[in-house]
Ligand binder design. Structure first.
Ligand SMILES: O=P(O)(O)OC[C@H]1O[C@](O)(CO)[C@@H](O)[C@@H]1O
Length: 436
């Protein structure tokens, strides 16, 4: 990926970062890069994620997937992935971006209507099940798996012939795989879920869809080669450092706005990566999922005329598919006729970027050549490396997520899964009801 931070400079934007401040920050980037390099060298928890391009074995993933999908996925028409957070978003990002010709459903919530409708719409006899959970104890994932298994059994389909598990060394899912001799892959040691897209966690669905795993990993490996000790030479570090500097100067929101429909899910993946990594010790930057050109007609008003607390991150491919716009006899629309949707989308991106610059609002542009496996692998890796850099500069623990545990305990206590003081606190909610 290439990064252009010109519209985040203090000469253009407020909040903005001066060149002097960037130069000073670059000294800290160099030190942080050395720390990251040591962490990678020792496969330390979290830093190990940046070694995935070398560690992930696509042949191993395809070999584990083939028994449930048939050669090249020929035995199935659909895949249900049961997981949540990093155990679903990486896989969803990849299959959504690369236009997999396999129907892929991601059950990463427990809304009963949504789950029921998803299952009812699938040809279960031609559907495989991909269950993913590092801990193997995540309530939503286990509950959804039990519902999916029951649906298969009710339909007379042998789920054990169609299920692959990706999980930790131990836990209920590992036990399930062992008990039924299911194909099972390991989640990589030392890699938090939000950083695991380029491992079996994110690639089983891609393998089932017969996508190019090697190209994804090659793109990530090429991006790994760009990690150097200066933000002026490393796009990922330029992005991470600039976001850190903008946040420190008041940009508390980071609206991630890809100008490609196929990258919409990438914004959802980025939101977890950024929020769960950097939201620590009262610090962090709130990621907002946005989409160009669609959100020019919704969120842009706020970003241009609301509080000066937001940076916009644009992600745009240089190449797009061609789709002409037919000529029109409507005079006011004549400028569109005989053009193309690609030219229109590109013009809208450049106009929106310039609109925010004209209002002195900071933006960063991330460019990729096109949306394909190689470029997507580089983008995912680059954003992960940017996040690691931002975490180093902020001085937070980039790789844990302790704040998510309270609600899990409260949920379990509310459902009779144990005696948790968190559940008691739920009952003590202060209330001021206003009823219809
Ligand atoms: O893979 P698991 O253990 O099911 O966890 C799923 C997700 O839940 C979290 O642990 C947060 O609760 C995320 O960090 C993780 O990606």
């Amino acid at each position: 990926m290439d990064v252009d931070i010109g519209n985040a400079l203090a000469s253009v934007a407020s909040p903005g970062v001066s060149r002097d401040a960037l130069d000073r920050l670059d000294e800290r980037v160099a030190t942080a890069h050395e720390r990251i390099a040591v962490g990678r060298g020792d496969d330390e928890h979290g830093y190990a994620a940046l070694n995935l391009p070398d560690r992930t074995n696509p042949d191993e993933i395809r070999a584990a997937v083939e028994p449930i999908t048939g050669p090249d996925g020929g035995d199935i028409e659909a895949l249900i992935t049961v997981g949540i957070g990093g155990s679903a978003l990486g896989a969803a990002t990849i299959v959504d971006a690369l236009d997999a010709d396999l129907e892929t459903v991601f059950l990463d919530n427990v809304d009963p209507t949504w789950v029921r409708e998803a299952l009812d719409a699938l040809p279960l006899e031609r559907t495989a099940i991909n269950v993913v959970s590092r801990s193997g104890t995540t309530a939503e994932t286990l509950a959804n798996f039990l519902v999916v298994r029951d649906a298969f059994e009710s339909a007379g389909v042998d789920w054990t012939e169609r299920t692959i598990v990706t999980t930790g060394e131990s836990g209920p899912l590992r036990d399930l795989a062992d008990a039924h001799d299911l194909p099972a892959l390991d989640v990589p040691d030392g890699v938090p879920g939000r950083y695991s897209a380029l491992s079996a966690v994110g690639l089983v669905a891609a393998a089932a869809a017969d996508l190019d795993l090697e190209a994804l990993l090659d793109g990530a490996a090429a991006e790994a080669e760009t990690l150097t000790g200066s933000l002026y030479e490393c796009p990922a570090y330029a992005y991470g450092a600039t976001c850190h500097a903008l946040a420190a100067r008041g940009a508390q929101v980071n609206a991630f706005m890809p100008y490609a429909e196929s990258l919409e899910t990438t914004a959802e993946w980025f939101a977890q990566l950024w929020a769960e990594s950097l939201g620590k010790d009262g610090l962090g930057q709130t990621p907002v999922r946005a989409l160009g050109a669609t959100d020019q007609h919704s969120q842009l008003q706020l970003y241009r005329a609301g509080p000066r607390n937001t940076q916009v991150t644009f992600v745009t491919p240089r190449e797009r598919a061609s789709q002409s716009i037919p000529p029109t006899d409507v005079d006011d629309l004549a400028y569109l006729g005989d053009g193309s949707l690609a030219d229109l989308l590109d013009a809208e991106f450049r106009a929106t970027e310039a609109s925010l610059a004209a209002a002195g609002r900071p933006t960063v542009r991330i460019e990729i050549e096109r949306v394909d496996a190689f470029e997507l692998g580089g983008l995912l890796y680059g954003l992960e490396a940017a996040c690691v850099m931002a975490g180093e500069l902020a001085g937070v623990n980039t790789f844990d997520q302790p704040a998510v545990e309270w609600a899990k305990k409260a949920t379990r206590g509310l459902l009779g899964g144990g005696d948790f003081e968190e559940a008691q606190a739920v009952a003590e909610k202060s209330a001021l009801r206003v009823e219809r």
